[in-house]
Design a protein around this ligand. Structure first.
Ligand SMILES: C[S@@+](CC[C@H](N)C(=O)[O-])C[C@H]1O[C@@H](n2cnc3c(N)ncnc32)[C@H](O)[C@@H]1O
Length: 232
């Protein structure tokens, strides 16, 4: 999957605007997760694939999971280089250990059952792999604005959560919160699936290997940047 949509130049206005608004988040995500020819990515709640197409270029495979059938159809038409699967994050129709990375960009607040989504993501991501949650902080100006505009005027239901609560729930589900980054009202939270499995072989796949003195996470946690790292 080598197409970089940010360089495509031929996107409709709204999509270009979305990409411009999210440029910092996409850059931060790409700084923390290495999308290489060995990385299989699952985008949870990926809509029509605009954002996945922008951040995941270079990855071996990008699967966009999206429950809205119309968005899936549009995504398939417009982005044949991505794979679209019609499903919600609470029930991921893939076998265990299928992906190196999962991303939930602005979709967490839509999940009907976030705890179930966290467990499902943990199941399909390999030990040592990551889940990155990007969303709007509960109670922030943007959250209140979105609740008003999209909730009251359009009837959408949002469940914004604080970054601390997402980290806590992820920890309870078996994820290891690694670092968090704030961009105004947005947070970017990196979670790692602990690994390797007890008694099992080290996940030597795709460069994300566990081993003494090595990080199992495809995350640049040792790079100096304005982030908060979770105590381990
Ligand atoms: C605000 S859009 C974000 C789309 C894309 N990730 C982005 O950043 O532009 C939220 C998406 O989450 C999807 N969604 C709603 N409920 C979901 C669920 N239970 N599991 C996964 N995705 C869901 C919606 O259909 C929608 O496409």
């Amino acid at each position: 999957m080598s197409t970089d949509e940010t360089a495509a130049g031929a996107l409709p206005f709204l999509e270009r605007w979305t990409l411009r608004r999210r440029a910092r988040l996409i850059a931060a995500l790409r700084e923390r997760v290495r999308f290489t020819s060995a990385t299989r990515v699952l985008d949870l709640g990926g809509g029509v694939g605009v954002i996945a197409g922008a951040y995941a270029h270079g990855a071996a495979e990008v699967v966009v999971l999206e429950p809205d059938a119309a968005r899936v159809a549009q995504g398939r038409r417009e982005r044949p280089h991505l794979r679209f699967v019609a499903a919600g994050a609470e029930r991921i129709p893939f076998p265990d250990d299928r992906f190196e990375a999962a991303v939930a960009m602005m979709s967490w607040h839509h999940f009907r059952d976030p705890d179930r989504a966290l467990s499902e993501a943990l199941r399909v991501v390999v030990p040592g792999g990551v889940l990155v949650v990007v969303d709007v902080e509960r109670g922030s100006r943007r959250a209140r604005w979105m609740e008003f505009v999209e909730g009251r005027l359009r009837g959408h239901r949002h469940r914004f959560t604080s970054e601390a609560e997402v980290a806590e729930r992820a920890g309870a589900a078996g994820w290891e919160p690694r670092e968090t980054h704030r961009f105004g009202d947005y947070f970017l939270l990196v979670l790692r699936r602990p690994g390797p499995r007890e008694g099992g072989p080290a996940p030597a796949r795709n460069g994300f290997t566990d081993g003494p003195g090595r990080t199992a996470v495809p995350v640049a946690g040792d790079r100096p940047c304005p982030i908060r790292t979770f105590a381990r």
